[in-house]
Design a protein. Sequence first.
Length: 404
Amino acid sequence: MGKLKTAVSVILSIVMMISMGLPGKMATEVKAEDSAFTYYLDSNSRDNSNRIYKPNNETKTITNNTDKTWENLKASLTEDTNKDINLTPSNVISLKLSKSTVAPGESVDITYNFSRTDIPPHMSEGVKLQLTATSGLVKEINFQYSTTGYRMEFFADPTMYPEFWSGKNYDIDGGVTKLVGTFDVLKQRPSIQVTYKASTLVQPGKNVGTKKFTLPSNGDYYFYRKYNSKTKKYTYYYSVTAKYQKNGQKNTVTIHMKETPRVKMKNLMIKRKYVEVDALMENLAIEYTDGTIEGGAVSPLYLVVRNTRKPIGRVTTKVKYRKKKSIKISWGEMKSATGYAVYRSTKKNSGYKKIATTTSKKRSFVNTSLKRKKTYYYKVRAYRKINKKNYYSSYSEVLKVKTK
């Protein structure tokens, strides 16, 4: 996991320095200018969708210091040597010349700006601005541009600021991170709930409440799905709007596991007899109302989830009837359970013993041969039998019953 960065402003740098002209068709040496220009943008130059608000045009003046007239002058950018992002300078920067013929001693203005607004974060490497005339290359200028994204990632790290995420600190791969939930992979469409508290410290005095949560569509998790009766297929949703969008407010989101990784995890645990297997939930991004984004492409947010074969949750119990020497209790269904175990004690907080085991289809039990006018305490838990071993859920709430 990389270290997440502090809040930064978008900086657009276009630095132009005149270098020596290439030898060849020009007989006169091209002198380099000693001037340089740097252009800064403020942090509001990208919106919530990370699109650029195009800045004002900037202009650079180039003087013809040779003894030849530049005719049919044209400006172009060479290939970007940064191969990490598939951008070509011609699709990023637009160039316009004030005139096409420049006599010795005269100057020409080059106006430049972004050519469109949907340019992803990128910094150029090895790009040169070339001026060519009928006679050939007359100027070659180092040209650098930066389209750094507007991202607020200081509080995305759950290891540094655990108070913003629900869950417990957890050690995985030698580092402490945030364990935010457990998926019951033996259950259809397992889900967990994760709570995030919007930071009030990122930009004091500004509204930086959470706007929405986003998961990558190529990952193992999604927020919710809807069934299309016409296509007979499900549509999965990877983005969910935050209900509370003000500073310091908490939002709880429900996250589901996709079927393919669930089946793989289920088979892994059963065949290899693993009780719990840890996994990372990658690239969970939080978008703020002022346009900043935590996580995302620059520094993904890593949260740890746990997968288990134990039934998650607990059943609810109730009294069906009570008589002089018998009590009948019942409980709700827990799907994918093999059966249920019933425990009894004469004390609320201790002394419980298992008095019955039922199948998954039987969700009630009659306790007989009891004493009259005596108080008994009951609790129930579900279990699964895998490889001849039982794995139990949490206990139900204690049920207090008194015979007649």
